[in-house]
Design a protein around this ligand. Structure first.
Ligand code: MG
Ligand code: MG
Length: 265
């Protein structure tokens, strides 16, 4: 059952999601060659807790019941999502997708951003740019009276123009008191199909886009998802409330992009 949120509940969701955006900005300050994703995770977890929230990813179980060991997912290069922070230093030319979730005042935040490490090749910069653009094209369709398939269609058609792959096995989701609520929000679809979107629905839209083939596999750590062809992948995510005529974006890239300055793609 899809739980519609009141205006007051949407404001609580906004607070939790703004904290995610601020946390990702703290991470952005540190991303450079030589830093490890474990260092990023430590800073993120401390920042979330200092702000009176809980990192929802930490302890979240996979299908085997194994708890995720960190506060953020850090997925490097051909990792798509759910990468576990580790002690391997990031290198010049890497890309790293950082996904972060919080629980504050009973409501969840969930947002992700893919960062460049130092100078990144033009082809990988394009992958990031197109994936972020596709997120906003999806959001343009997150309005009362449209259908769920309109969001997926907008994302898929934009990315496929560039011959990129749209991951099918992982999708966006409803969000509220729980991090994952119905409905599933695919990044692919047909216009005019799927459930009708209604004011008060809150969803996380999160295109996971691969440079070439969309096939993926689960690594031996039980979490990390990687492309089979080892091509790079990007992931951008916003939590939004379905609005009348316009979506209300509850998370924010503003704090991140203030840190990135003229390096924003
Ligand atoms: Mg997320
Ligand atoms: Mg999500």
């Amino acid at each position: 059952m899809i739980i519609l949120k009141t205006d007051d509940e949407i404001e609580l969701l906004r607070q939790s999601n703004l904290l995610v955006g601020k946390t990702l900005a703290e991470v952005a300050k540190l991303i450079q060659p030589g830093v490890t994703t474990r260092q990023l995770d430590k800073v993120a977890e401390q920042f979330i807790r200092d702000n009176g929230a809980i990192p929802t990813f930490k302890g979240f179980p996979n299908p085997y019941g194994e708890p995720f060991p960190a506060a953020i997912c850090t997925s490097v290069n051909s990792q798509v999502v759910h990468g576990i922070p580790n002690d391997i230093p990031l290198e010049e030319g890497d890309i790293v997708s950082v996904d972060c979730g919080t629980l504050m005042n009973g409501f969840c935040g969930d947002s992700a951003y893919t960062f460049c490490v130092g100078e990144v090749s033009p082809e990988h910069r394009q992958l990031l740019r197109v994936t972020k653009e596709s997120l906003y094209k999806g959001i343009e369709n997150a309005v009362h009276g449209k259908r769920l398939g309109d969001i997926g269609f907008a994302i898929q058609s934009h990315c496929e123009q560039f011959k990129y792959g749209v991951v099918r096995e992982f999708v966006g989701h409803g969000i509220g008191k729980e991090m994952h609520e119905p409905p599933a929000v695919p990044n692919y679809g047909k216009r005019g199909t799927g459930i009708m979107l209604k004011k008060g629905m809150c969803i996380a839209i999160e295109p996971m886009i691969t440079q070439a083939d969309r096939k993926i596999f689960l690594e031996n750590d039980g979490w990390s998802i990687r492309t089979r062809d080892n091509g790079f992948a990007a992931h951008f995510e916003h939590t939004v409330a379905i609005g009348l005529g316009k979506a209300d974006i509850l998370s924010s890239f503003e704090f991140i992009e203030q840190v990135l300055g003229d390096k924003v793609i």
